[in-house]
Design a protein around this ligand. Structure first.
Ligand code: FES
Ligand code: FES
Length: 136
């Protein structure tokens, strides 16, 4: 029997030493913010990206997560993945990739889903901002 509380060492490592914790200026034109919550448990991830307008490359990324160890580890790993990536590639990242890297058990799959939702929301926010800038 696997306990829900038996975390994989990779989860514990990210939880203990999370990468890219913090905030970016929400009002900045080149920053996209994604805030998503998991209906299953009420946990919340805020993930922010700063994008180079010309190349579409994510130059900076920060997160804050109010949630379980797996949600924190998933966010932390997501920030490592997307740093230096184009927004188009980042939008294609699947939660299964994260779940596999962190060896998340089935009951914790929604934690990695939260990280996927957060990056997608951040990219969408950035694109919305950029489009409105172009139009006006
Ligand atoms: Fe308690 Fe997610 S249910 S932290
Ligand atoms: Fe809900 Fe992890 S238990 S995000």
């Amino acid at each position: 029997l696997i306990s829900k509380r038996s975390y994989h060492p990779k989860v514990i490592e990210h939880y203990t030493n999370p990468r890219n914790v913090g905030s970016l200026d929400k009002k900045s034109k080149d920053v996209g913010t994604g805030i998503v919550g998991a209906p299953a448990c009420g946990d919340v991830i805020k993930l922010q990206i700063q994008v180079d307008d010309k190349t579409g490359i994510i130059e900076n990324v920060k997160f804050k997560t109010f949630g379980c160890g797996s949600a924190i580890a998933s966010s932390s790993y997501m920030t490592e993945l997307v740093h230096g990536m184009s927004i188009d590639d980042a939008a294609k990242i699947k939660n299964t990739e994260i779940a596999k890297e962190l060896s998340l058990p089935p009951v914790k799959l929604h934690c990695s889903m939260l990280a996927e939702d957060a990056i997608k929301a951040a990219i969408k926010d950035y694109k919305t901002k950029r489009n409105s800038t172009v139009l006006h």
